[in-house]
Design a protein around this ligand. Structure first.
Ligand code: GDP
Ligand code: IMO
Ligand code: MG
Length: 437
């Protein structure tokens, strides 16, 4: 065991697992919280004493007023970032932020292209149901080496040169759809130059900041966005997002070496939810069970408000994700929600073309054919948010015995120890079972 205390928290399913809540909980003992992937496609909710914070770009550590970093692997809509900073400050929070000079900038034509590309894909059944925030097109410009980074945005002269090239490229791309950019080059240049003036003080070498913090023995938390099944390489292509959402993404997306990571916590809901398009083997469709879980769990997107599809916990998926991420612990969230149903199921294997399998197919069309093989469990009695908070104070053994049996079976099936259980949205409705910092 080394003395490092740098912990990656990632979503172990399809996003919206409760990463914001878990990061806020762990941030009590962290001195730095770092976002490393995605952009404002993310929506992370933190609830403290009845007050709800919805964060899209700012790391969840900002709710505790911790120092936060937005790493090079992210894509930044400056307008959204400025609004979030303002909202936190209005709410009395001190914002201590460093944004990587290497992070890429999202422009309005990225969002426009996002919508148009999706329309084409919808007709072919290859859409992801994106958040239409311009995430994919911005990462496309990054990978194509056309993009504008934060270091260029905050350099007025350089920005003018870079944006006129990128704008010309966007015009050509939009032409293919018979469209023009919604904003002129002049409008974008003026608007973004103003954002740059306001953001300049936050922009710098994020990798140095994070590495120094680790070297000084500080506790550092890396906050993943999205979920591992949405990862561009290891998720369900082409229905995922455009960044590396897995733990390895923290190294490339924050500029830290793998040798400086001490633990990887996978956050998984006690069931499955999915917002967006693409097959999910344990999806319960519009059944009464799915509706009961959605209503009790408030399963509506934080970013888009879309209803989330709900289904049973998929141990095949989480086991696959555990391997790719090297999970050292699981945080199981929203256990309280399953009191909405009498019987609960866990998918332990799939049946594909008449054969039982534990593998995650690479082809989405094969994944769509996977039929879950289930194990059934008894549920537990309901309690109010306040009562779950009281139970959490008493510790793990105070949980209903059916809940403990369920959690322990998840640990057995995924072969990952349980580090945290969460039984309510509130910060204190949380039980930590394993030391993390
Ligand atoms: P994230 O994107 O992974 O941060 O998750 P979201 O914030 O998008 O969605 C999770 C939702 O569940 C939020 O509204 C949280 O406040 C809520 N939540 C988190 N943990 C729990 C829990 O254990 N129980 C309940 N009932 N709600 C929870
Ligand atoms: P958090 O961080 C759930 C999904 C979208 C779509 C796909 C691609 O809150 O867990 P994108 O806009 O990224 O190009 O969309 O990914 N998606 C998410 N689903 N939670 C998220 O973030 C998501 N971010 C993107 O619905 O299917
Ligand atoms: Mg979310």
């Amino acid at each position: 065991m080394n003395s490092l205390a740098s912990v990656i928290v990632i979503g172990a399913q399809w996003g919206d697992e409760g990463k914001g809540k878990i990061v806020d909980f762990l941030a009590e003992k962290a001195q730095l919280v770092v976002r490393f992937n995605g952009g404002n496609n993310a929506g992370h909710t933190v609830v403290v004493a009845g007050k709800k914070y919805k964060l899209h770009l700012m790391p969840s550590g900002s709710v505790r007023g911790e120092k936060v970093v937005i790493g090079n692997g992210t894509v930044i809509d400056p307008k959204v970032l400025l609004e979030e900073i303002a909202a936190l400050e209005t709410g009395g929070k001190q914002v201590k932020l460093l944004v990587s000079e290497r992070a890429h900038v999202i422009f309005p034509f990225h969002a426009q292209l996002d919508g148009l590309q999706e329309e084409v894909k919808e007709k072919k059944g290859t859409a992801a149901g994106t958040t239409k925030r311009g995430i994919g097109p911005c990462y496309m410009d990054k990978a194509g080496r056309f993009g504008v980074r934060m270091c260029e945005l905050v350099n007025e002269q350089l920005f003018k040169e870079k944006i006129s090239d990128l704008y010309a490229r966007a015009e050509k791309q939009l032409q293919a759809y018979g469209k023009k950019p919604e904003k002129t080059l002049e409008q974008i240049t003026t608007e973004y130059t103003e954002y740059a003036r306001k953001l300049k003080k936050y922009v710098g070498d994020a990798s140095e900041e994070v590495n120094d913090a680790i070297d000084e023995g500080k506790n550092v938390l890396f906050e993943g966005a999205q979920g591992a099944m949405l990862d561009i390489d290891h998720g369900l292509y082409p229905h995922g997002t455009s960044s590396n959402t897995i733990a390895g993404g923290a190294c490339t997306g924050a500029g830290v070496p793998p040798t400086k990571i001490s633990q990887v916590i996978g956050v998984a809901k006690a069931y499955t939810s999915r917002v967006g398009a693409g097959p999910v083997p344990t999806d319960l469709g519009e059944s009464d069970t799915a509706k009961a879980i959605r209503e009790k769990g408030g399963e509506y997107g934080t970013t888009t408000g879309r209803p989330r599809r709900c289904g049973w916990f998929d141990a095949v998926t989480v086991r696959h994700i555990a391997r790719i991420n090297g999970l050292t612990g699981l945080a199981i969230t929203k256990l309280d929600v399953l009191s909405a149903v009498k019987k609960i199921k866990i998918c332990t294997a799939y049946e594909l073309d008449g054969q039982a399998t534990n593998k995650q197919p690479a082809l989405a069309s094969d994944y769509a054919k996977c039929k879950p093989i289930y194990e059934e469990f008894d549920s537990w009695q309901d309690a109010s948010e306040k009562e779950w908070g009281e139970i959490a104070k008493k510790g793990y053994n105070a949980l209903p015995k059916e809940m403990r049996a369920y959690v322990e079976r998840i640990s057995q099936l995924t072969k990952i120890p349980i580090s945290i259980v969460s039984i309510g949205a509130e910060r204190d409705a949380t039980i930590q079972l394993k030391r993390i910092f």
